[in-house]
Structure formats: structure tokens, C-alpha cells
Design a binder for this molecule. Structure first.
Ligand code: MN
Length: 193
């Protein structure tokens, strides 16, 4: 299966000033494109050639895992944004957040703290287990909760390439501002309860 890079569902300047058009151009246009190109090159003529991307992530390691997971992670990251989107969770997801974290604000604080404390390059994920319980996961490099049997529903990219053009070394500020462009209707649709 040859993977293609999906077109973003918003204009390159739609997330500005939280994520600038230049960051979209480099982060999505160049970094994400490179992961997908590498993935296609690495699977060609191998046992992975016809696998769905999620299965490649679970079954591979080394450079193939890194590129497959990064290809998936970035699509997941960029497709959760919409400046006019739903600003907070509702329904069962909100009930679960309040049950486990006390409040939406407390949950946001925990995500920001986790993202700030990832050492080096990585991600901070919100994922659920089979019972619907939520977990905040600090991940290094390309790590993805799919490999732990968890279902990812929200992610913040904390690689420097995600924020350096817009925030330089101010990762906590970048994390705090991301809440303004998360579309919670997308996150709710990823939570199967
Ligand atoms: Mn990235």
C-alpha cells in the first residue's frame, strides 16, 4: 500500500497566530511529507507493503517504526485542529475527564505539565483503555499508545520543530495556546463510548 499525505481540512493561515503558516509549511509540508516518503520507500517489496498503517506501527521496529508512527502521529495531530471548532468536550468524554481529573481545567493543567516535562523530542498523548478510562502518556520520539493496546484520542507534538518557529524555547506557552484550536468534536469522535 502506498501512503499519501492527506490535504489539511483548513487553509495554511487558519491556525494563526497559534500555529503560523510558516510552521504549517515546514512541519506538515516538509517534516510530515518526509516521514510518509520514507515510509513508502521502506515498505516497498516487503511483508509490510500491503498492511494498514496501524498494523505496521504495531509490528515494526527501528527506522520503519519511526517513520510509520511519525506519519500516523502527524496526521492525527493536524486533523484535530479547527479554529472555529468545539471548545470543550461534552458527553461521556467530559464525564470521564471530570471523574478522573476533577475538572476540565485540572485535566488541561496535567496535559501541559506532562508536555513540558517530556525530555527531548516526543509527544504527550491522551488515550483510553478498553474500559474507557483515560491516561495521559508522555512519549519519546515516535512512540504511540497503539503499541500498548490503548486508543489515542488527543496528542500534542512537543518536538522542537512543532513550535520553535513560533515560540522558540517557550514550550509551555505553545502547549497552553494549543487548547484554543483543538476541536473537541473531533476528540469526542475518537472516544468510542
Ligand atoms: Mn512533528
Amino acid at each position: 500500500m502506498k501512503f499519501t499525505q492527506p490535504i489539511l481540512p483548513y487553509a495554511p493561515d487558519a491556525l494563526s497566530p497559534i500555529i503560523s503558516p510558516m510552521t504549517i509549511e515546514y512541519h506538515y509540508g516538509k517534516h510530515e511529507k518526509a516521514y510518509i516518503d520514507n515510509l513508502n520507500r521502506l515498505i516497498e517489496g516487503t511483508q509490510y507493503a500491503d498492511m494498514p498503517l496501524e498494523r505496521i506501527i504495531i509490528e515494526s521496529d527501528g527506522p520503519l517504526f519511526n517513520n510509520a508512527s511519525q506519519a500516523w502521529n502527524h496526521i492525527f495531530y493536524f486533523f484535530q485542529f479547527q479554529p472555529q471548532g468545539q471548545k470543550a468536550p461534552g458527553g461521556k468524554l467530559m464525564a470521564q475527564i471530570e471523574k478522573q481529573f476533577g475538572s476540565f481545567e485540572e485535566f488541561q493543567k496535567k496535559m501541559e505539565e506532562a508536555g513540558t516535562s517530556v525530555f527531548g523530542s516526543g509527544w504527550v498523548w491522551l488515550a483510553n483503555n478498553i474500559e474507557g478510562e483515560l491516561e495521559i502518556i508522555k512519549a519519546s520520539n515516535a512512540e504511540n499508545p497503539l503499541t500498548r493496546g490503548l486508543n489515542p484520542i488527543l496528542v500534542f507534538d512537543v518536538w522542537e520543530h512543532a513550535y520553535y518557529l513560533d515560540y522558540q524555547n517557550r514550550r509551555p506557552e505553545y502547549l497552553k495556546k494549543l487548547w484554543n484550536i483543538i476541536d473537541w468534536s473531533v476528540i469526542e469522535s475518537r472516544y468510542p463510548f
